[in-house]
Design a protein around this ligand. Sequence first.
Ligand code: FBP
Length: 463
Amino acid sequence: MLESPLQKKRMEYKPKIPEWLDEDVCFEKVEGKKGPENIKKLFPKTFEASAYRLKKGKGKNGHVKIGVVFSGGQAAGGHNVIAGILDSGAEVIGFLGGPSGVVENKRKEIRDIHFYRNQGGFDLIGSGRTKIETEEQLKASLKACNGLDGIVIIGGDDSNTNAAIMAEYFLQHGSKTRVIGVPKTIDGDLKSEDIEISFGFDSACKTYSELIGNIARDALSAKKYYHFIKLMGRSASHITLECALQTQPNLALISEERRSLKEIVLQIANLIKRREEAGKKYGIVLIPEGLIEFVPELNELPVERDPHGNIEVSKIQTEKLIIDLVQKEVKFNVQDHFFGYEGRACMPTNFDANYCYALGKLAYLAVREELTGVICSIQHLAQPQEKWTFKMVPIVQMMHLESRLGKEKPVIKKALVDIKGKAYVKFSALRKSWELEDAYRYPGPIQFFGDPELTDSVPLSLK
Ligand code: FBP
């Protein structure tokens, strides 16, 4: 392999985690919430499971063999989760190409991860979006996991739904393989009281914010274009909100405000007219890709869905549709952009590199201590690593019944932008002033070396 100098330097980075994570540790039961009663009968073995807090103390000993699988879209830091498991002393088996690799028992042993440390992507073992739900798939997964002490599913809401279903099925069939979830997704919508943020969100938002800042500076220099920028993030607008706080565009749409298409079009047209009166024929507009799911008129368009029943929003050119409609109200020069895949497999920020390595260590400990049907939770992430706290939380707590592909299914509820939450409130207090003034911020590229204020920054929406 011919690595770039930066690739090589990043391989040498030692993720920062609390030192005590490598000492004697064990779990203690803590009071946890229960999932909704209407899913209880679907999860008879795991519904009553407790949450567990990691603490100093003597844990179990012994050799542990763990299967790992990436599930869903790429998110920066995934390889560090595997590095964390491997460095903890586990024997690691990687299932290839996502959950279908489990069902079809396509695997490889992972012994050396040097070339993947602190690198982006999921290419060590690949990823996929297969939903594991039929009896046949579950039976095949159980067989593939035979001999493993645990399987770690590194995925988003739907992948962790898979994990909960597998954990229940494995217990019902007397399997000793523990199923552990790790919260991954750039979308930031796998969130709860216990899960502050999913990994990959920080790296993706910093990548997009750099590009938005560059475009804003170009717009301000040339003064001739509006740039309509669609940002990835299925359903929820967490990415758009974070990028708006980072870059201060003239307008950022937030799907969760649930406005009609007509209102949105008139708002943008009105902004363009007011800016023109102020002598400004340029500007930056951010559009979340999930808008289509919230605007009633757009919701009726024919759409493609993935195996989990999610609308494939990244294939829909919402930004072009909005541009066409606004141009019927007012004339302006425009460029459209879509930032999505650019931010999913980038080199992880220090935040994601550290977070993922610690998630890997925690997942290993959960298997070693024989927990199952639980997801890794690390809290106080905005603080120095020594202040982080570690927990395993039953996945069923986060689930509810939802209609998917015309059927009621137990799934993890996607966490939308909370319009009473701190990040949105901050955005909403500032956004008026961004409309006419050009208050653009230029975050620049992700920094890996130098001042910790730059290298170790955390997402603004976490603060
Ligand atoms: P995950 O929820 O699996 O992490 O994927 C999120 C995402 O990146 C969305 O932001 C985007 O809409 C979608 O994946 C694109 O999917 P695909 O990779 O199948 O094109």
